[in-house]
Design a protein around this ligand. Structure first.
Ligand code: DAK
Length: 274
């Protein structure tokens, strides 16, 4: 592919948006390639994804302004649909997706990170929805997902003012779960860049998630996502159903039998995804 890299590392995989010269801005080709990449993920063996951008400066600096600038109404709608479909595919993807945000996450970049389950970032990350400064509204779900993540008041402030926020503020308002800085030795020399530290943390988290019972993890994602769309009475029924489904899995039988087995020498085997 021209702009998307995919690397499977055991039970997790890394998707890299690789258009560094344009700060990984999302053009139609990137969106199509992301879609194809997600379609090709081997869900038998891959249990968690990490999504990042190439380089250290930018995760995704938004939708491609050059491409958008000449769109007709119909083309704008088609472009919006292409993006929305991919973002929704990420959000509802059966396995968890961690956004490893390495720098600018603006407009569509902030929006794609919010379509992921978890956001981690470097300390040079910048988040924002600058669309009203360009004469448009956020078009890839920004008005909806930002309000759900950080509350309507803070989302409105960010969107109406088009003001970018730095990593520390994104952490403070709950937009990201953790911020990572470069690792330095005792003399203050950089041993690992912030991006390296971020990727190590994201991969460690992905590997940790991948070790848990995969069907249970998938059901948790579905329960949280679907439950947030309905009232509590309906949400609890969604949880009950997905909880019940786990009892038809071999992994539930193994996980509980392992706990109950008092043999101290036992070694936990990997879950089978069955
Ligand atoms: N699109 C296209 N190219 C971009 C870009 C973008 N969003 N962001 C950066 N680039 C390109 C620059 O044009 C430049 O290219 P060359 O000139 O080298 O060819 C290269 O990346 C490096 O950028 P800069 O030279 O500008 O780098 P700086 O360090 O000076 O500045 C920056 C970095 C991130 C502050 C700056 O590049 C910037 O402000 N970029 C734009 C950020 C932005 O406004 N993003 C939001 C885009 S709007 C919709 C669906 C979705 C959307 C809208 C509608 N529908 C439903 C229809 C989404 C909209 C957006 O995302």
């Amino acid at each position: 592919m021209e702009f998307v890299l995919y690397e499977q590392k055991g039970a997790y995989a890394i998707i890299t948006i690789n258009r560094e010269k344009a700060l990984n801005a999302l053009n139609s080709t990137v969106l199509e390639e992301l879609d194809q990449t997600l379609e090709a993920v081997d869900l038998e063996t891959v249990r968690c994804l990490v999504l990042t951008g190439a380089g250290t400066k930018s995760f995704v600096a938004g939708a491609d302004i050059g491409e958008m600038s000449t769109l007709t109404k119909a083309e704008g709608e088609a472009f919006g649909k292409k993006g929305n479909d991919v973002f929704r595919k990420l959000e509802t993807f059966p396995i968890p997706v961690i956004a490893a945000v390495n720098g600018f996450a603006l407009g569509g970049g902030c929006e794609i990170s919010m379509s992921c389950d978890i956001r981690l970032c470097t300390d040079n990350a910048v988040f924002g929805q600058p669309e009203v400064g360009l004469g448009i509204t956020p078009g890839f779900g920004g008005t909806q997902r930002l309000a759900r993540l950080v509350g309507a008041g803070m989302a409105k402030q960010m969107i109406y003012t088009a003001r970018n926020i730095k990593a520390a503020e994104a952490y403070r308002i709950g937009l990201v779960n953790e911020v990572y800085s470069a690792e330095k030795d005792a003399d203050g020399n950089e041993v690992k860049s912030a991006k390296e530290v971020l990727m190590a943390a994201a991969e460690k988290m992905a590997a940790g998630i991948a070790k848990n019972a995969p069907i249970a993890v998938r059901n948790c994602k579905k329960a949280i996502n679907d439950g947030l769309d309905v009232n509590m009475d309906e949400a609890i029924v969604i949880e009950e159903k997905l909880f019940g489904d786990c009892f038809e899995t071999e992994d539930q039988k193994y996980g509980m039998a392992f706990f109950l087995d008092k043999n101290k020498e036992k070694v936990k085997a990997p879950f089978q995804n069955r």
